[in-house]
Design a protein around this ligand. Structure first.
Ligand SMILES: [Ca+2]
Ligand SMILES: [Ca+2]
Length: 471
């Protein structure tokens, strides 16, 4: 086809030249010179050549298209065995597909693996977290910056255990654990606190019955942690059990339901009327201004702080108490509280420890412990005072008072009582070899232990008898 076209064009050029050559010079005289004709001839030749080239190019293009089609056909044929898989027509996508295909199967296996992993972890967690199981409860208490508060970790609904391990999370910026002591139902609780150093917000405790490796039964306090509330602490500080394991004597899990605790920081300090965290002469000036009828815009917290003789009114009794406190009188309590005194003037190696209630804001129910160091002293007798005189103590059921590790008192009434005064006096005998040693007598109670008739918590400060030289 191409060669035929070429020869045809060649013949046309030859005929044109012959025609021009046979024309007479006269016939040329009509309008064009010989030179002109020559130029026309050359232009025509160029034009013809150009067309020939274009034809050749078209021919070449057609050949290319034909070649590409053949190539495409060839690839379609190559793809046919893979059935309908259009992307394989494109060489760049062909490698991509196969690499995606194996990738998918490798991604697929994990999902079926997960469901098989889930059931074993789901099974143990489904059983324990129910209040119908034995409950391990972290106590909740109130306190102010600078106070030491005691938090009980107790068990209820105990089905019997031979060992346990617990991890309790607390806010290390706000709280500093100072002590850990055994509760009523186990002794010898170990803790990372005993190792010393920074335990950094995670207190670990463990206990294994070394004496008798059988189940320990009964409900009560496992151990008690003493926390110091750091200066600047505020708000509610959670005490969260993050790991709790109990095992019985045949080494089976005893699943327990855990209840976290809370240390609530009181948002005012009795006597600190201007709220600068200090009770000083500035507060005394303020109470005098209040009593003089100055119009001061007191907030509810400032009013509560000023009502140090807690009767719901600001009067001369509050001012007198604040002045006595400023003057450094011993045993002055600003706001409601327990005051513990120790008197060893009776001789005979005995010391009388008395618990008083001061600035009573109205109490309808109360339950507290008087803690003492049972290595150094033994309680020998107890007499009740004028306030809560019908309270029940832990010796009223006939227990041997000498075997107690603390003295507890509980009292309840349908109405608030407002009396101040002596609650009880416990006489202690110094143990042999402990004379001259120092002992602490401290009050302990938790949130919910002291309430008014509206069942609101009543917060009592504690002025404990600390560092008492034993007779
Ligand atoms: Ca102040
Ligand atoms: Ca008052």
């Amino acid at each position: 086809m191409r060669s035929f076209f070429k020869s045809f064009v060649g013949k046309l050029i030859h005929l044109a030249l012959m025609l021009i050559m046979t024309m007479s010079p006269t016939s040329l005289a009509f309008g064009a010179s010989w030179t002109d004709i020559k130029q026309i001839d050359l232009r025509e030749q160029a034009d013809l050549q150009e067309r020939a080239d274009a034809t050749e190019q078209a021919d070449s293009d057609a050949q290319n298209v034909s070649d590409e089609q053949a190539d495409l056909d060839e690839r379609v044929d190559a793809c046919r065995p893979i059935l309908v898989n259009p992307p394989c027509l494109y060489p760049t996508q062909i490698p991509a597909e196969p690499t995606q295909v194996p990738a998918e199967p490798t991604q697929m296996p994990p999902p079926p693996a997960e469901p098989t992993q889930a059931p074993p972890s789901a099974e143990p967690t489904q059983t324990p977290p129910s209040p119908d199981d034995p409950i391990v409860e972290v106590g909740s208490v109130f306190g102010r910056p600078g106070d030491v508060v005691y938090v009980d970790i107790s068990i209820f609904g105990n089905t019997g255990f031979a060992g346990f391990a617990m991890e309790l999370e607390y806010d290390a910026l706000m709280l500093e654990p100072l002590s850990i002591s055994d509760g009523a139902i186990v002794s010898g609780v170990e803790s990372n606190l005993r190792e010393g150093g920074n335990i950094n917000g995670s207190m670990r405790t463990s206990w294994v019955s070394m004496v008798d490796p059988t189940n320990t039964i009964g409900d009560g306090v496992l151990y008690t942690i003493g926390f110091k509330i750091k200066e600047g602490a505020a708000g509610e500080l959670p005490l969260t059990p993050i790991k709790t394991e109990f095992f019985d004597e045949i080494l089976d899990d005893m699943f327990v339901y855990t209840e976290p605790g809370l240390i609530t920081i009181e948002d005012f300090i009795y006597g600190d009327i201007n709220g600068d965290s200090l009770v000083d002469i500035r507060d005394l000036i303020l109470i005098n201004q209040i009593l003089s009828g100055w119009v001061l815009d007191l907030t509810p917290a400032q009013f509560q702080a000023a009502d140090v003789f807690t009767d719901g009114a600001l009067d001369t009794r509050d001012a007198i108490l604040l002045k006595q406190y400023q003057a450094g009188w011993g045993g002055v309590l600003l706001g409601p509280g327990f005051r513990v005194t120790a008197d060893s003037t009776g001789g005979g190696g005995q010391i009388k420890v008395s618990v008083f209630l001061k600035n009573n804001p109205g109490i309808a129910g109360l339950n507290f412990k008087l803690n003492f160091d049972s290595d150094k002293v033994t309680p020998v007798s107890l007499t009740k005072g004028s306030v809560f005189s019908d309270a029940i103590t832990n010796i009223d059921d006939g227990q041997d008072i000498g075997s107690l590790s603390y003295v507890s008192a509980a009292w309840a009434s349908p109405n608030d009582i407002w009396d101040d005064g002596l609650i009880m006096t416990v006489t202690f005998q110094t143990k042999p070899g402990a004379a001259g040693a120092f002992a602490d007598f401290t009050i302990q109670y938790a949130s919910g232990d002291i309430i008014n008739q509206k069942t609101d918590d009543v917060i009592l400060q504690t002025l404990n008898a600390i560092h008492i030289a034993l007779p």
